[in-house]
Design a protein around this ligand. Structure first.
Ligand SMILES: [Zn+2]
Length: 227
């Protein structure tokens, strides 16, 4: 019999745990708090996380992956599935620490007909069989779109999603009733520019992250050498 999904530990413990994980993310430089940040959506917020920096410290990533693996240790897992570079690094760490010794596979993100989609390389498709127990791993969950695509992918192959492990989740996300374990669950407030309390106080707006996403191309070796 498969044990029922474990509920989160006591709220106080959860709070302490989240603080520790936030500190770790701060040390990677990924997490910015007490700021006044312009988001790609045009909204403003006080907190921001730079996704690409989250997995830059191998020992932190391994430690965080082990915490996720420990949470799901009581369930047999055949496959750990993720998509995107950060999530893949983390999924390796989760799989490495899980007692079932699952294999690691990853989907490729893309768009088709203007819609986002995730496809599984053909070599991986035989690794997710009917009845396969699949643990999904994601670094940051904001809308849940990617994870819902991964859930569909697993179910189309006849596999079963046993849960979702992630570093950070915005608490409002719905994932089809699957058990989700996140090291940090936070839903920081976002404001339209008209009703932003920080704008009203005259706090300067940090447009760095939006500019960086929009303007700057990844630098090549040559460009870097020339600068
Ligand atoms: Zn503002």
């Amino acid at each position: 019999m498969t044990p029922a999904p474990r509920r989160d530990a006591a709220p106080v413990e959860t709070e302490v745990r989240e603080k520790i994980h936030l500190e770790i993310l701060k040390r990677t430089g990924a997490y910015h708090a007490n700021d006044h940040v312009l988001l790609p959506s045009g909204y403003h917020t006080t907190e921001y996380i730079e996704k690409t920096l989250v997995t830059t410290e191998p020992s932190f990533t391994e430690g965080l992956g082990a915490v996720i693996a420990k949470h799901f240790a009581q369930w047999p897992v055949d496959v750990v599935l993720s998509t995107g570079p950060g999530a893949l690094i983390l999924s390796h760490c989760v799989a490495r620490a899980h007692p079932s010794r699952p294999v690691v596979v990853y989907g490729a993100k893309g768009t088709a007909g203007g819609k986002r989609r995730v496809t599984l390389p053909v070599e991986f498709q035989r690794l997710i069989r009917p009845e396969s127990k699949v643990l999904l791993v994601e670094d940051l969950v904001s809308s849940g779109t990617t994870l819902n695509l991964l859930i569909n992918l697993v179910e189309q192959l006849g596999g079963e999603v046993v849960g979702v492990g992630c570093l950070w989740r915005r608490t409002s996300v719905e994932l089809d009733g699957k058990p989700v374990f996140s090291l940090v669950s936070r839903d920081f407030p976002t404001y339209s520019p008209e009703e932003c309390p920080l704008c009203r106080k005259g706090v300067p707006l940090n447009e760095e992250f939006v500019r960086r996403r929009a303007g700057r191309k990844p630098s090549s070796v040559q460009e870097r050498a020339g600068s």
